[in-house]
Write a protein that binds this ligand. Sequence first.
Ligand SMILES: N[C@@H](CCC(=O)N[C@@H](CS)C(=O)NCC(=O)O)C(=O)O
Length: 98
Amino acid sequence: MLELYQWELSQYSEKVRLILDFKGLDYRKIEVTPGIGQVELFRLTGQRQVPVLKDRNKYIADSTEIAKYLDLEYPDRPIIPQDPKQRGLTLLIEEWAD
Ligand SMILES: N[C@@H](CCC(=O)N[C@@H](CS)C(=O)NCC(=O)O)C(=O)O
């Protein structure tokens, strides 16, 4: 099962939860303890921020990278357009909103 290392109150974690729910994917939430939990996250992923998605033995950090990964690996109900112009615009607006 997919695992989401997250903070319940993190807006970036919320973004990933919304995408997972939209795609209808089952996942388990792992609430990272601020400070000490981030040390473990750093050990696992080389960075300390949430959200991080674990899929089998793979860790993906950053909500935008997670969105792209989920569209690649779980293409049902795509979240990012494939058309280059629409895709560029979507990622630009998302970067602005972040
Ligand atoms: N660009 C990242 C930003 C993630 C981010 O800023 N996460 C915050 C929580 S909302 C965090 O982990 N802050 C803890 C820290 O920077 O040590 C993304 O889109 O996931």
